[in-house]
Design a protein around this ligand. Structure first.
Ligand SMILES: [Zn+2]
Length: 74
């Protein structure tokens, strides 16, 4: 992995990516505590209905599940 000397404080892209992932995870967990699932853990076999493994919701396909996720997160 190459180092980027232009980022402040010695942070690197991986640090920023990790931080974004942690924020997304914290937001998802906060929603679930309020009883709102953002369907972030999907079982979506190609050509079959997608199922959220957090809440059990079933969607027509993976794209329908992603659309529902976007609506919750927006
Ligand atoms: Zn769900």
């Amino acid at each position: 992995m190459s180092r980027d000397p232009e980022l402040p404080g010695g942070y690197q892209d991986a640090d920023l990516q990790q931080s974004a992932l942690e924020r997304a995870g914290a937001r998802s967990a906060a929603l679930r505590r309020r009883g709102i699932c953002d369907h972030g853990w999907l079982l979506a076999p190609a050509g079959e209905p997608a199922r959220c493994l957090h809440c059990g919701a079933v969607f027509a396909d993976a794209e329908a599940a992603y659309e529902a996720r976007r609506e919750v997160r927006s």
